[in-house]
Design a protein around this ligand. Structure first.
Ligand code: MN
Length: 352
């Protein structure tokens, strides 16, 4: 049904596109957030996210390259123009506000959402944005989702995976799920590093970050939501996973078998795991510029539940554009993955 994508080397040269390129997992930061994160890292004991934050915030090659890319929207627009990227769906860089004490996190999230809404208002054809919320205070996070949608015009919610080692399926976080579902705001579960305890075996080889630990963490978060039955309460909730679905699409057959085989004494949801995944989840291609992975995702998730993403500035724009332009798939599917699905999922205005 889906054309073979494995002949990438023979792909045709770029054709002019009549549709938009909307990138759906594009990180930003504000100076206030970076300053606050820097304060947090000072004197903090080992934590896998703090290791990453030090690289980002101090005088390192990565930090010096990435900080302007995160904070300077004119710089970003020039890069988008250079490679023909029409829109970034912006989200706060990981781990966002999720390491601060609750009231600080709430205040920072509100400020961030106000700041990014001004960027979106100044460039409505170029930017949309997800709301940062503080799961540390679930009720105020739910209020912020409402304000983000109805007052600030944001189009979804970003959760940078665990909050103090806890996950969205836990009952204390249900106000967030309830608000997101009621307001039709999709939740993007973006990775951060696993907790220090979970990251232990990965540290010897630097595997706790984006190379492996991020996927274990975010994929595990999604697995809890799929197996825990919470989606029986929030049947219309839309959850987005980056990086080709954080391993979940590949694991679905085994998760399905084991969930059915080992359910004695455990909660049993009304659907199977593949059925929950199909009903509630959407995946993006962030950081997975690979034709074979794209073909697999289109087959497992269907082309209507795959969205294009760059993972700016941590991955490179030209590589993500080149990969998708050259993908040997029908123009109908390419339009859906590049733009149409994002327009539907985030309710973006479609230019005439
Ligand atoms: Mn990312």
């Amino acid at each position: 049904m889906i054309p073979d994508l494995t002949s990438g080397a023979e792909a045709k040269p770029r054709q002019p596109l009549k549709f938009r390129r909307i990138a759906t997992e594009e990180a930003f930061a504000t100076h206030e957030l970076l300053d606050a994160l820097h304060g947090l890292t000072l004197g903090m004991a080992y934590d896998p996210d703090v290791e990453f934050l030090r690289l980002l915030l101090e005088d390192t090659p990565l930090g010096n390259r990435v900080r302007p890319q995160l904070t300077d929207f004119e710089y970003r627009l020039r890069e988008m123009d250079e490679y023909g990227v029409d829109m970034h769906v912006l989200s706060i860089t990981s781990p966002g506000v999720q390491m601060f004490e609750p009231s600080r996190a709430v205040d920072l999230s509100k400020l961030l959402n106000e700041q990014v809404s001004l960027v979106v208002k100044a460039h409505p054809k170029r930017f949309a944005a997800l709301a940062a919320v503080a799961p540390q205070d679930p009720v105020r996070a739910a209020c912020e989702i409402e304000r983000a949608k109805n007052v600030l015009g944001l189009c979804g919610v970003i959760i940078n995976s665990h909050t103090n080692g806890e996950y969205l399926d836990q009952e204390k976080y249900w106000p967030i799920l309830e608000a997101a579902e009621a307001l039709e705001m999709p939740i993007y579960i973006h990775p951060r590093a696993p907790t220090a305890e979970c990251a232990k075996p990965y540290r010897s080889y630097g595997l706790e970050g984006a190379i492996w630990g991020y996927q274990v963490e975010a994929g595990g978060h999604a697995a809890r939501i799929l197996a825990g039955g919470v989606l029986d309460r929030y049947t219309k909730l839309k959850i987005i996973l980056g990086h080709g679905g954080e391993g979940i699409p590949f694991w679905l057959p085994r998760m399905h078998y084991m969930y059915e085989a080992s359910r004695a004494g455990r909660h049993r949801g009304s659907l199977t795991i593949p059925e929950y995944f199909e009903r509630n989840f959407i995946v993006t291609t962030s950081g997975m510029n690979d034709a074979k992975v794209l073909q697999f995702l289109m087959e497992v998730c269907s082309p209507s539940r795959v969205m294009w993403a760059i993972d700016y500035p941590y991955q490179k724009t030209p590589e993500a554009v080149e990969f998708m332009d050259r993908a040997n798939i029908s123009r109908v599917f390419k339009q859906m993955i590049y733009a149409g699905n994002a327009e539907r999922v985030f309710k973006l205005t479609v230019p005439k």
